[in-house]
Design a protein around this ligand. Structure first.
Ligand code: GCO
Length: 458
């Protein structure tokens, strides 16, 4: 059997986390609540009533955590900044203690030779803005986000040059606001119409666009700006010309693809989606699409799963093939094992969105498994290795076929607060004992270290 081919020397190997999921220290150094503090404290909203109040207490353990990250061998770390540490009331005067935490964090990363990639928004918006104007329900949120972004960039832009604006617009808008039932994500608002839901994601797109402009204006050095999205990826059930064509046809229809990636990358909602939405389409004011469609230096894709499609003799030219009950999945209801989604995600950006030269980073890929500590104090997470190995092979295929896939951030470095699933679901390469805050590198940590060292899938 031939050996897998090596990844290029400059391929960026990384890990990813987000502020609310790991930091804890919810009431420390002037931080005020985010919508996730409020939502998770409401009875019945998260599994076992878990909240991120303490989480991995990374706020106090960041030095040891970064040392462990350096031992893993990664040279890139994607983390997010908590808006309500920087601007506890969402706007106004910055809180210097909050800014200082991120400066210390960045300096420690740089000492260890790790490049910081900062996500400015990973769902934890200030509760104060929810109280003031209903956060993403208001256009004001976009301008407030841009102001906040400029503050962070001014403060650490002398040492950070990789920025990501918003993480997964679909999740914090379409799962945070709903017209059909109780939304599973913060702020958890019932609205009256689907149009109002689409209005929230439109405002988030606007925040991305104004944010890009604010970052470029504030950055003291040339910098790289990305959007991070989790499109629903159509994967041809077999790679015949007809099924590949069907996957291309499906991409602008599926999920919210046509209303998030399309406007961000092409400057227009996909006509397919607009036709489906009819009167539910959001209000788009003059100039919005121009603001939203900003030049990007990279695109971050979060890829965990996808959906099989095949050619069909219907108006759309494709049909989805929903997963059957016994199809393999990892420890989340939606985490169907579909490694080819990674390759196809990258390929769709070139083929369907017409952006063959846009550098792509896998900004998240990983899985929750049923991790336990054995009698020798180890965590042997072979399910995670099985999952990751196949997705990384899919990444290797994309690179070897010449697609501009330049890096991979594994989700996640640490077990952490998995939103509505609390601490029950573990996505880390590192096991966290939440009582003692002890960290135990899992078998997958050592496996990933070896991949990085050899620059190939081992
Ligand atoms: C994301 C989510 C992460 C989740 C991960 C696993 O960006 O996709 O925000 O925070 O923890 O996706 O569900």
């Amino acid at each position: 059997m031939s050996k897998n081919s090596q990844f290029p020397k400059d391929f960026a190997w990384g890990v990813a986390t987000s502020a609310y999921q790991i930091e804890g220290a919810a009431q420390v150094d002037g931080r005020k609540p985010s919508v996730w503090d409020t939502f998770s404290a409401r009875p019945g909203k998260t599994l076992n009533g878990d909240t991120g109040a303490i989480a991995c207490d990374h706020y106090h353990h960041y030095k040891a955590d970064i040392r462990l990250m350096a031992q893993l061998g990664v040279r890139h770390y994607r983390f997010s900044v908590s808006w309500c540490r920087i601007l506890p009331d969402g706007r106004g005067k910055p809180n210097l203690a909050g800014l200082d935490f991120y400066r210390r964090l960045v300096d420690t990363l740089l000492e260890f030779g790790i490049t910081p990639h900062i996500t400015l928004f990973h769902w934890d918006s200030p509760q104060a803005l929810e109280d003031r104007y209903g956060s993403w329900q208001s256009r004001e949120m976009a301008a407030d986000f841009a102001d906040y972004a400029a503050i962070v960039v001014k403060h650490v832009g002398d040492r950070v040059t990789h920025w990501m604006t918003l993480n997964e617009i679909f999740c914090f808008t379409h799962l945070g606001y709903s017209h059909t039932g109780d939304p599973p994500h913060a702020p958890g608002i019932r609205v009256k119409t689907n149009r109002e839901v689409w209005q929230t994601s439109h405002h988030a797109l606007l925040a991305h666009g104004l944010g890009c402009q604010a970052i470029r204006a504030a950055s003291p050095r040339p910098c790289s700006i990305a959007l991070v999205d989790n499109p629903l990826i159509p994967v041809p059930i077999s790679e015949t010309p007809a099924n590949i064509h069907a996957a291309y046809k499906a991409m602008p229809y599926l999920g919210t693809n046509g209303g998030i990636l399309w406007p961000a990358l092409t400057g227009a909602y996909s006509p397919q989606l607009l036709k489906d939405l009819g009167a539910d389409a959001p209000e788009i004011r003059d100039g919005d699409l121009r603001n939203i469609h900003q030049p990007l230096d990279a695109l971050g894709l979060n890829i965990y799963t996808g959906i099989y499609v095949r050619a069909a003799d219907n108006e759309r030219g494709y049909e989805d093939l929903p997963f059957q009950e016994h199809y393999p999945r990892l420890h989340m209801p939606w985490l169907w094992l579909l490694p080819d989604a990674l390759y196809w995600g990258v390929r769709h950006i070139a083929a369907t969105l017409g952006q063959p030269n846009l550098p792509i980073m896998v900004a998240e890929n990983g899985c929750a498994a049923w991790d336990t500590v054995n009698s020798q104090g180890e965590v042997i997470d072979t399910e995670r290795i099985l999952y990751l190995r196949q997705y990384l092979r899919s990444a290797e295929r994309a690179v070897s076929e010449g697609y501009p896939l330049q890096g991979y951030f594994l989700w996640s470095f640490l077990d952490n607060f998995e939103w509505a699933w609390g601490y029950d679901r573990r996505f880390g390469l590192t096991y966290v004992d939440y009582t003692s805050q002890q960290r135990i590198p899992k078998a997958s940590y050592y496996w990933y270290a070896e991949c990085i060292k050899q620059r190939r899938v081992v």
